[in-house]
Design a protein around this ligand. Sequence first.
Ligand SMILES: [Zn+2]
Length: 145
Amino acid sequence: MGIPIIDTLADTIKLAVLYLHAQAIPIIDTLVDTLSYIAAQSDSIFEPVMQQPKSPWLTWLIFLVMIGIRILIGIWGRKIGKRKGLDSAGFLLGFFLGVIGLIILSVLPPRIETTICVHCQRQIPEDANLCPYCGTPTDSSTEDP
Ligand SMILES: [Zn+2]
């Protein structure tokens, strides 16, 4: 036994540590309980998604709806692609890439209708009155399909 105040202080600290330790165990227990509860809850949330659907027709229905949506986007892609000279490619872009395919299609430049110069046989714009290479006047009336 030394100085009474220090002894008292040491006892108080010991008591405080014991008290905190006793308090800490239920807190840790509660924390573990809460975490395992959350884990159990998230299991029950994700379990139906992760599991194979119980009815096969539902799988087919989802599959058909997905294909249907893809075909619709494909038709839309074909519509945009037609202006760029990409009919079936526009459909395939829409079908396989979806909205990304549509964006690619709308970014593409429109196709320039071309014809062949009667004099030099080079590809020239259809709306040109003169060949840009040899200056021969174009006769677009005979070239029209
Ligand atoms: Zn020419």
